[in-house]
Design a protein around this ligand. Structure first.
Ligand code: TXA
Ligand code: MG
Length: 339
């Protein structure tokens, strides 16, 4: 089966919604990254997601909703904190974890007592959900372990012949996956940083949010992460990436004196004039939103260049920068050199 890219319009959106009702998998655009979507209430459909991605069965999925009523279908009690965050940030790149009511397919939650839910801020995604009439289970539409796709072409690279169609909605504005917050315990926990920052949520909730260890550290052997997805190697191109934590002048000096003829720099647009080796750019200095938007396509570009060893300039880790750093750190397998 050849995979077709369909331009999202008033004919293809109802077609894709119908495919979902029939239990098929389709790739759809969201504001964060492309998702591989199936009917979240249909176990057989959800099982296919794991097969297509090569995803470990114990890594639960996010349910995508278009109305607050769809949230109430799967969660009985929505606490005040959850209501406040939804009001402030939905539709948008924030996923909220709460105890579920048992109606959602167990393949979605990987058998956990909680379910992750978000309302995406993308007109095509919202229309597909509304027209199919069910919450959609949708992980990022990449092969497990690869960088998440931010264009329909990226999805095709990973999913060709595995799914029937990809709905093309252009390139994703945010570029990194949603922020994930756990509201199922005493204190809110940031499980995955994203475009909606910890500080923004603390302002809305008027309370402190804890950061899960796995956000900035590699897990010790045997340690269980609060969010199963955090234990897997992620976002990794074939090249071996090393993050260089240093002032920018030191970074230039370090990469320019490398004897390694195959080294490639992963840097910001402002750096290129100072770099004497091949490079790939991921956004602008002091502009974490642009870094977030470009990081995953930069990682795919490194594969296209067949880069072997990559030396990345470290982003600032404040605000959205924490999400950029979190993904880059995983892509680098936690290899960091501090100068
Ligand atoms: O932006 C996004 O969130 C994208 C787009 C397509 O919406 N989706 C996405 O899904 O990134 P995925 O499957 O690649 O990441 C879901 C993350 C995983 O790290 C998973 O472990 C975590 O959410 N997760 C899901 N359900 C959970 C739960 N009940 N408890 C803890 N973590 C959960
Ligand atoms: Mg993913």
């Amino acid at each position: 089966m050849q995979t077709q890219i369909l331009c999202a319009d008033e004919k293809t959106i109802p077609f894709v919604a119908e495919q979902i009702r029939l239990g098929q998998l389709v790739a759809i655009p969201t504001e964060t990254v492309y998702g591989l979507a199936a009917n979240g209430m249909d176990s057989r459909a959800v099982e296919q997601i794991f097969v297509a991605k090569g995803r470990p069965q114990d890594n639960p999925l996010i349910l995508h909703i278009a109305t607050m009523q769809m949230w109430s279908m799967v969660v009985d009690t929505i606490p005040n904190d959850a209501k406040k965050l939804a009001k402030a940030f939905w539709p948008g790149p924030l996923t909220i974890i709460l105890p579920h009511n048992g109606t959602v397919a167990k393949e979605v939650t990987a058998g956990l007592d909680t379910v992750a839910v978000r309302m995406p801020n993308h007109p095509v995604a919202l229309q597909v959900i509304l027209q199919s009439g069910v919450p959609l289970a949708a992980p990022s539409a990449n092969l497990s372990g690869s960088p998440s796709p931010t264009t329909a072409q990226h999805v095709l690279q990973d999913m060709n012949e595995k799914i029937s169609c990809i709905l093309d909605g252009g390139s994703c504005q945010v570029g990194l996956e949603s922020t994930v917050i756990g509201l199922d315990l005493e204190q809110p926990v940031l499980l995955r940083p994203g475009y909606i920052t910890k500080e923004q949520m603390e302002t809305v909730l008027q309370k402190k949010i804890q950061i899960a260890d796995a956000v900035t550290q590699s897990l010790k052997q045997g340690q269980q992460p609060a969010s199963p997805g955090m234990k897997y190697k992620h976002y990794a191109p074939k090249a071996c990436i090393t993050i260089i934590k240093a002032k920018k002048e030191q970074y230039y000096e370090y990469v320019n004196q490398l004897k390694d003829k195959q080294a490639v720099a992963l840097c910001f647009a402002e750096d290129t004039a100072r770099i004497a080796l091949p490079y790939v750019v991921y956004g602008k200095e002091n502009d974490p939103a642009s870094q977030s938007k470009e990081l995953f396509s930069a990682l795919r570009k490194l594969d296209e260049m067949q880069a072997n060893r990559v030396y990345a300039r470290c982003p600032d880790v404040e605000g959205i920068g924490l999400a950029v750093y979190n993904r880059l750190l995983r892509a680098a397998g936690f290899r960091v050199i501090e100068l």
